[in-house]
Design a binder for this molecule. Structure first.
Ligand SMILES: [Zn+2]
Length: 245
């Protein structure tokens, strides 16, 4: 059943009420609505727990999409109790983890501003994220860190702008980062914009983000690795370069 994905309109929603609409053979749970982000676009799915009427908990190990995007499957940890269809639950995201993923995801967008090269891969992690760029230039990681922190400290607003596939086709310049292919075909595309009037960046993205760049906090480029002749892998971590040792 199509789910109402509440996180799309509120990245800061950490808890919500929902009703079980289906249980899969493998134990996966579908709900009428959810604040649990389903893994996609390089951002891992949420973990956390469901609270039942009697106060007991069902611990969740993963959240993922079904065969289509409007199906979200909540996967309980091994051995957890199974709810029944129609049961009401209170959903609780592991918020400290999710908030780190939001800070990291926004940091990845900032890195694509500092390094405007085609992106060939990306993975957002709670401790470290990586982005692969199609590039041959040699870049100093401390210089990249300094530019990243200037954007963080500039405290630019981060917000979502929904546009239709037609609007996107008619105004290709809306997308400032040319290195991410817009996920057209769903009728509408969410653009994650940074800065007033997207002055810093705008790119198609369905992930969850902080609302101003300052929330990203201290980050640094821990490593730039050479992966093949024209591929460079950047690793972003929380903290400052001195933390590396
Ligand atoms: Zn993104």
């Amino acid at each position: 059943m199509p789910v109402n994905a509440l996180y799309r309109d509120d990245f800061y929603l950490s808890t919500a009420e929902a009703v079980v609409t289906a249980i899969h053979e493998d134990g996966g749970i579908e709900l009428d609505q959810t604040c649990f982000y389903a893994a996609s676009g390089g951002q891992p799915g949420d973990t956390g727990f469901f609270e039942r009427a009697d106060g007991s908990r069902i611990m969740l190990g993963q959240t993922k999409h079904g065969p289509v995007k409007d199906i979200i499957i909540h996967v309980p940890l091994e051995g957890e109790p199974q709810p029944i269809v129609g049961e009401k639950l209170v959903l609780h995201i592991d918020w400290p983890r999710r908030y780190k993923l939001m800070r990291m995801h926004t940091a990845c967008h900032l890195l694509s501003v500092v390094c405007p090269y085609p992106v060939t891969g990306a993975a957002v992690g709670e401790d470290e994220s990586r982005i692969d760029f199609d590039m041959t230039d040699i870049i100093d990681k401390d210089e990249v860190t300094a530019k990243l922190m200037a954007l963080v400290n500039g405290n630019y607003p981060v917000y979502v702008q929904w546009i239709t596939d037609e609007e996107l086709a008619a105004n290709p310049d809306i997308v400032k980062s040319k290195n991410v292919r817009p996920p057209v075909g769903l009728g509408r595309v969410s653009l994650v914009c940074i800065g007033e009037n997207s002055s810093i960046d705008s790119q198609p993205c369905g992930g969850t983000h902080v609302s101003e760049t300052q929330e990203v906090g201290s980050i640094y480029i821990a490593k730039i690795e050479k992966k093949g002749k024209e591929n460079r892998r950047f690793r972003i971590r929380f903290g400052t370069p001195g933390d590396e040792a």
